[in-house]
Ligand binder design. Structure first.
Ligand code: ZN
Length: 154
């Protein structure tokens, strides 16, 4: 069965950045499953999977715009250290959560820490990055009525 809309796809993947550093992998665990055609994956990877079948292995290099998007400078802000006084062991690379103006929880990364302020970055950690995937499709099946109704794989 080929990968197309209304099908549930399972695959193993290893994700590396342009420098070849491994960022994520499903190896040794459960494969990732998603409902094809519902933007459950980054668009570039979904496009690469289209038309493939169980057992297919391939590599794909995906530009930032087809992955997690370009870095948005408006999402990077400097805040006074006073505002972060309640956080233990504040350090570069740390992930913080804050509530945005719309009430949604935002994930922030501490980009740098100065003497009086810190730079917080609300871009996705993989924004602006070219991503390299090694993929092995393990299963393709028709989605159930319930999965189609919910818009995701079960
Ligand atoms: Zn559901």
């Amino acid at each position: 069965m080929k990968i197309a809309g209304e099908r549930v796809v399972s695959f193993h993947y290893t994700l590396t950045d342009e420098e070849g550093q491994q960022l994520d992998s499903s190896a040794g665990g459960e494969p990732l499953s998603y409902l094809h055609g519902t933007s459950g994956l980054i668009p570039g990877l979904e496009r690469e999977l289209e038309g493939r079948e169980a057992g297919d292995q391939f590599e794909a290099t995906i530009a930032a715009r087809d992955a997690y998007g370009e870095v948005n400078p408006a999402l990077i802000q400097e805040v006074p250290l006073d505002m972060l006084a309640g956080i233990d062991n504040l350090r570069v690379g740390m992930q913080l959560q804050s509530q945005g103006p719309d009430g949604r929880v935002q994930q922030l990364t501490v980009d740098s820490i100065g003497e009086t302020s810190a730079t917080l970055n609300a871009n996705h950690m993989l924004a602006g990055k070219v991503l390299h995937f090694e993929v092995e499709v393990t299963d393709v099946r028709a989605a159930t009525a319930e999965e189609l109704d919910h818009g995701h794989a079960h």
